[in-house]
Design a protein around this ligand. Structure first.
Ligand SMILES: Nc1nc2c(ncn2[C@@H]2O[C@H](COP(=O)(O)OP(=O)(O)OP(=O)(O)O)[C@@H](O)[C@H]2O)c(=O)[nH]1
Ligand SMILES: [Mg+2]
Ligand SMILES: [Zn+2]
Length: 290
């Protein structure tokens, strides 16, 4: 009998596959190793039954995406967490958003620690980012606003991204109180540095899945050309039909609608400056490559 399921965990070549609300211990046949075909957490697979709860993976179904560090396939939503403390690195947020759009992932900007945030802070972040993604406000410590996160889980695989200490683990624990122990165990283990391999795992959360947060990054932009970065800035795309040039990068070109919007205060000046910095970084990397 062939079943279809979702890989939720992998330890030493042994896969946990969830199918019809039951867990199966699955192995990968040698053919995958010969093809250098890796199976990742988040992969949708078919498997044949070896015994009551054991199976042999037959096929990996087409992937929507594959995120690195940790490697997770088929990510639907990323919660990009920021907080008033530690002070946000919005350049980092911009890069994470580019990577989300590049990988067909829906980002949600989660402003945590609203108990510490001034109205001005929240307003500034929302006015900058609400044109490109949903922005929600929560306080993990006060269990405040977390309900708004619930719909994003429906049939989805959700990951967290964001600087250290913004409260990713705290949000996860507030969402799934009985997960506490599991996340605690995991971070203790990595703190001790027992093993460098990262074992990622999908946990059931509401009607979807969430990935533990250890080391999740999406920080480095790969495979985006400096001249195409603007394609991943939806707020610029909306304006660019009024630029003189079709593929205007909104940097050195004359008669640019984005630059005009920046001057008029209709486009966040700092987000624009951060964009120019990333374009320059990418261009430098391109020059050094050849
Ligand atoms: N005031 C306040 N503090 C919070 C809130 N959420 C988390 N914190 C605190 O922020 C600190 C960091 O929280 P973590 O959940 O460990 O942060 P993290 O993003 O998982 O950090 P890393 O695992 O290092 O990436 C802890 O001391 C939390 O108690 C909140 O809503 N309000
Ligand atoms: Mg954490
Ligand atoms: Zn332009």
């Amino acid at each position: 009998m062939i079943k279809q399921g979702l890989v939720t965990k992998e330890v030493g070549g042994v896969f946990t596959v969830m199918s019809d609300n039951a867990n199966y211990v699955c192995f990968a046949p040698k053919k995958f190793r010969y093809n250098h075909t890796e199976i990742y957490v988040g992969d949708k697979v078919t498997f044949s039954m070896l015994s009551k709860n054991k199976g042999l993976i037959e096929q990996i179904l087409p992937r929507r995406n594959l995120i690195t560090r940790p490697q997770i396939a088929n990510v639907d939503v990323v919660f990009v967490v920021i907080a008033p403390l530690p002070q946000p690195d919005l350049g980092l947020v911009d890069k994470i958003l580019v990577n989300c759009f590049k990988n067909d992932v829906t980002p949600v900007l989660v402003i945590n620690k609203t108990d510490l945030a001034s109205d001005g802070f929240v307003q500034q972040i929302c006015s900058c980012y609400s044109k490109v993604c949903d922005c929600v406000q929560v306080s993990a410590i006060n269990n405040d606003g977390l309900e708004v996160l619930r719909p994003y889980f429906l049939n989805n695989v959700v990951c967290f991204a964001g600087q250290s200490a913004v409260g990713k683990t705290s949000i996860l624990n507030a969402l799934i109180p009985n997960l506490n122990k599991q996340t605690g165990e995991l971070s203790q283990k990595t703190q001790r540095g027992t093993h460098t391999t990262r074992h990622s795992q999908l946990y059931c959360c509401f009607d979807g899945y969430v990935v533990d947060t250890t080391g999740f990054s999406l920080l480095e932009i790969v495979d985006v050309h400096s001249k195409q970065l603007m394609l991943y800035y939806d707020d610029m795309v909306q304006l660019s039909r009024d630029c003189r040039y079709n593929m205007c990068t909104h940097t050195a070109e004359p008669d640019c609608a984005v630059k005009r919007a920046v001057e008029e205060g209709a486009f966040d000046k700092e987000r624009y400056q951060r964009y120019c910095t990333i374009v320059a970084e990418l261009a430098t990397a391109e020059r050094n490559k050849y």
